[in-house]
Design a protein around this ligand. Structure first.
Ligand SMILES: Cc1cc2nc3c(=O)[nH]c(=O)nc-3n(C[C@H](O)[C@H](O)[C@H](O)COP(=O)(O)OP(=O)(O)OC[C@H]3O[C@@H](n4cnc5c(N)ncnc54)[C@H](O)[C@@H]3O)c2cc1C
Length: 346
């Protein structure tokens, strides 16, 4: 375990908002995590595990200990039908994707360039271009922080849903993810169902071509957090019943929607925000991105309050225009625990 001298969280989350923690620690093993949770000096303080902070908004200074998860290591084994990867939770997700593509182990190409650590990927079941973590996840290894007990959860036990899993509910705060197991089938099938990938011929396309196309589209569409602070899609795509979608379609015929396996419909949150004329709308240093309305950015010196006010304005506008309530995908942290937009407004 390492103890950092700095207290500023700006370098440790992609929004780049100037907030402080009481203490920042680095955990390199599961034992480090358990030791921190059992250490007398930290026992009474709030504690939060952070990967790369790419799905986080710190709404105020954190009155406790931030634990950076840096558990490393990747092992690959093979069966007749699949490559099996066991990955330490602190590994970088995109580096893992690059490495598998370079080693001719296809399956992760659609999930290229998603920021963050491998250990965070099951929490919101990361997804892009028609693929979600649940499609390739075999298991998730956790440690119970109060007891040090190790557990292995099957993919089914993870209860994956749209940007959701058991780690946001029953296991939140009590368990840390220490490793993730992925299975990449050797009988690879390209997934080119999503717009910009539909140009490819499924018979001839390679995983590398899909990887490169995904990287190109993402670089063109999404702001790079290293240049312009952001946490990716700020809101989830709202899920409504077919009947509700049909009512909206009658009024807004160009409304993009996507039917899900369970019969409900996902609406494009970015489109809803764009239709409200909010691209480029700014509150203090926080702004709705000019090209991608679903992303709120730190245009320079944004305070957490700027982002909260902006997010609230966006939610109100979409509610008024479409009668649809947007939920934030980004996790909000108050001084001691997770919070939500409604709770942070005056
Ligand atoms: C430019 C950009 C593009 C993005 N695109 C996508 C996308 O296409 N699809 C998508 O799904 N997401 C996307 N995201 C969101 C983000 O990349 C993912 O949510 C990612 O998995 C977050 O990883 P992280 O390590 O940064 O997590 P963090 O933000 O550090 O943490 C997220 C949450 O997980 C908890 N946590 C982290 N590590 C652990 C652990 N080891 N054990 C227990 N709890 C833990 C934290 O306490 C926090 O509550 C994007 C973000 C950005 C900035």
């Amino acid at each position: 375990m390492k103890v950092l001298q700095e207290r500023s969280l700006a370098p440790f989350h992609t929004f780049g908002i100037e907030v402080q923690a009481q203490q920042i620690l680095v955990a390199e093993t599961a034992a480090d995590l358990v030791a921190i949770w059992q250490d007398e000096q930290y026992r009474t303080l709030p504690k939060l595990i952070v990967g790369q902070g790419s799905n986080l908004l710190f709404c105020e200074d954190f009155a406790g200990v931030i634990v950076l998860n840096r558990i490393a290591g990747i092992t690959v084994t093979e069966t007749e039908s699949a490559y099996l990867l066991h990955i330490g939770a602190g590994e970088d997700w995109h580096q893992l994707v690059c490495e598998t593509i370079a080693r001719n182990m296809p399956g992760l190409e659609n999930l290229a360039l998603i920021p963050g650590c491998v250990g965070s990927s099951p929490i919101q079941n990361i997804g892009a271009y028609g693929v979600e973590l649940k499609d390739i996840c075999q298991y998730v290894d956790t440690v119970e922080l109060a007891t040090g007990e190790a557990h292995r959860l099957s993919a089914q036990a993870c209860q994956f849903g749209y940007r959701d899993s058991v780690f946001k509910h029953a296991l939140k705060d009590s368990h840390a993810i220490v490793a993730v197991g992925l299975a990449l089938p050797k009988a690879w099938q390209p997934n080119i169902s999503y717009g910009p990938l539909a140009k490819f011929d499924p018979e001839t396309v390679s995983a590398k071509e899909i990887f490169e196309a995904v990287c190109q589209v993402r670089r063109a569409k999404l702001p790079d957090p290293a240049v312009l602070g952001n946490a990716g899609s700020f809101f989830k795509n709202p899920v409504v019943t077919q009947a509700r979608r049909d009512t909206l379609l009658a009024q807004f015929p160009s409304l993009p929607s996507y039917e899900m396996a369970d019969g409900s419909c996902k609406l494009a949150a970015g489109w809803l925000i764009d239709q409200c004329g909010l691209k480029g709308y700014q509150v203090g240093g926080a702004k709705v991105h000019e090209q991608q309305a679903l992303v709120l950015v730190n245009a320079g010196g944004a305070s957490a309050q700027d982002v909260l006010t902006l997010a609230s304005d966006v939610v109100c506008a979409v509610q008024q225009t479409f009668g649809v309530t947007l939920e934030h995908e980004v996790r909000f942290m108050a001084a001691g625990q997770e919070t939500y937009l409604e709770e942070m407004l005056p």
